[in-house]
Ligand binder design. Structure first.
Ligand code: SAM
Length: 230
């Protein structure tokens, strides 16, 4: 069974090109992942196709109205079944590799992209299972965040990346940051390649990479190592 992602958005075209590239396109072609972008505006309940309104209590900006959002969420759920409904918001749980692994083990996800000041709070309370932030900054809309989340999850679905072992060596899945990589030429503008990588000695190469991974993590992200001791 393939992993389903449905994005609820005011800008479905945003996803056209990214989904036609590289690994995401190959995953769709291989039947491992199916994708649909649904226009929230199709679920507006008035003839002007309104999706936003002024905030109660006054203040700047507009708020996304509940009727089209809940209509779109219920329609997606009716087709896809009980899959997690995820709201992209700067106020959500920070996206991590661990969260990406856990979502990749499920049947899929419905991603709701906000705009303007965000969505009516009652939708968040009654129709959302998980809130995810991609970092401590504010985007114009949830679309770039949905794309980041879906890319990080889809590449972990079994069969999408050919060599699944390589996923375990990667930064964050290996308990820290991954070791540095080199490819040909052996000499690039006077810069060489560590001798051990040319030795063909697998055990020594593995030791070197482990050391480099630890050194990098200590230098750049010691917080990743601390997490295990806590
Ligand atoms: N007024 C909101 C606040 O201060 O928390 C920010 C609204 S933002 C301009 C519009 C939409 O972009 C949000 O509803 C959300 O869907 C998306 N968004 C913005 N920053 C995000 C982030 N860091 N992670 C995930 N989604 C984000």
């Amino acid at each position: 069974m393939s992993f389903s992602v449905e994005v609820l958005t005011l800008f479905p075209e945003f996803f056209d090109s990214p989904l036609q590239q590289s690994l995401l396109r190959r995953a769709i072609e291989a039947g491992l992942f199916d994708f649909k972008a649904t226009n929230i505006r199709d679920f507006s309940t008035d003839k002007h196709r309104t999706v936003d309104d002024v905030p109660y209590g006054g203040g700047a900006g507009m708020v996304m109205k509940p009727e089209p959002l809940v209509g779109a969420l219920e329609d997606a759920r009716a087709r896809l079944g009980e899959i997690p409904r995820v709201l992209l918001t700067p106020q959500g749980t920070p996206l991590s590799q661990e969260l990406a692994w856990s979502l990749s083990e499920g049947p899929g996800m419905i991603l709701l992209c906000g705009h303007y000041e965000g969505i009516d709070e009652r939708v968040r309370e009654g129709w959302i299972d998980l809130e995810v932030s991609i970092g401590d900054y504010v985007l114009t809309g949830g679309e770039p965040a949905a794309l980041v989340l879906l890319d990080s999850v889809v590449r972990l679905i079994p069969g999408v990346v050919g060599n699944r072992e390589s996923l375990m060596d990667e930064s964050f899945s290996c308990g820290g940051l991954e070791y540095p990589h080199y490819t040909r030429p052996r000499d690039f503008r006077g810069l060489g390649v560590p001798e051990v990588l040319l030795s063909g000695h697998h055990q020594k190469i593995e030791e070197f990479r482990r050391e480099q991974s630890l050194k990098r993590t200590l230098e750049r992200r010691p917080d990743l190592l601390k997490r295990d001791d806590e």
